[in-house]
Write a protein that binds this ligand. Structure first.
Ligand code: AKG
Length: 255
């Protein structure tokens, strides 16, 4: 699923791209959803087992804090936990998209499952991914995979087109009505420029690590399960200036 020149140009100028072709078929989607639900269910109510609620105001890793009413649930490095998610890293249509955007030397930065449960899914505030990561060069791309239909009601992605060309903005700790959210950063964004990117289940959108984006809370009766894979060009340096050559190589012409 190589992108057309037009699609690549759109990504370069807008900093995001909604992919028109379906990437995950129904059978594959069913398997991914089952494994996703199992991984989250196993981690329910167990402290420090790798699931975080990004919407809590204390910094505990567990989900039994009083903020249970607001949940933006995250499991990092799904590929280490589940073979289906490990295989997903090598799913050809995904790597073809990335190849079209950053070239053939592709490494995994990391992956994460981001789950906004129906009725009480929490918000992710305006941010640029590289404000968290501080990677160099800042040209990582992320594929956001919808495991459920994602729209404005249940918390699809909202982006600011072209913001990836405007430099890194200084972010602060995100705040909810209850207080600071230690797991989330936040920055002011000109919401008049924002565009919603609804994505149907099995489809994906791509964004650049400098693109401003956020997702709203989910008060709808529908879950919003998403999987995000963050890719980097081989040779990318982490915030300490160290080349991350210990990360998985997903595609290369050199090996
Ligand atoms: O899925 C979400 O709610 C937020 C996604 C996000 O911030 C990202 O993929 O970088």
């Amino acid at each position: 699923m190589k992108l057309s020149l037009q699609e690549v140009e759109t990504f370069k100028s807008e900093g995001y791209l909604k992919i028109n072709e379906r990437v995950i078929d129904d059978n594959h989607l069913t398997v991914l959803r089952e494994h996703y639900d199992t991984l989250f269910a196993e981690r329910r109510g167990t402290a420090g087992k790798g699931m975080r609620n990004l919407a809590v105001v204390d910094s505990s890793e567990n989900d039994d804090a009083e903020d249970r009413t607001e949940e933006m649930l995250q499991i990092m490095e799904m590929w280490r936990l589940d073979e289906e998610y490990q295989k997903l890293l090598y799913h050809k249509p995904l790597l073809d998209i990335v190849d079209s955007l950053i070239g053939t030397e592709i490494q995994l930065f990391h992956d994460q499952a981001l789950y906004k449960p129906a009725y009480h899914g929490g918000e992710v505030f305006w941010h640029q991914d590289n404000a968290y990561w501080q990677c160099d060069p800042p040209n990582l791309v992320s594929i956001w995979i919808a495991l459920d239909d994602a729209d404005e009601e249940n918390g699809c992605m909202n982006v600011i087109p072209g913001s990836h060309l405007e430099g890194l903005t200084s972010h602060g700790r995100a705040k909810s009505e209850k207080g600071e959210l230690p797991a989330l950063l936040e920055v002011d964004a000109d919401e008049t420029r924002a565009v919603a990117v609804p994505v149907k289940a099995g489809y994906v959108m791509v964004h650049h690590c400098m693109t401003l984006h956020q997702t709203n809370s989910n008060r709808s009766p529908r879950d919003r399960r998403a999987m995000v894979i963050h890719y980097m060009s081989t040779g990318t340096r982490n915030r300490e200036g160290v080349v991350m050559d210990d990360h998985l190589t997903l595609r290369s012409k050199l090996t």
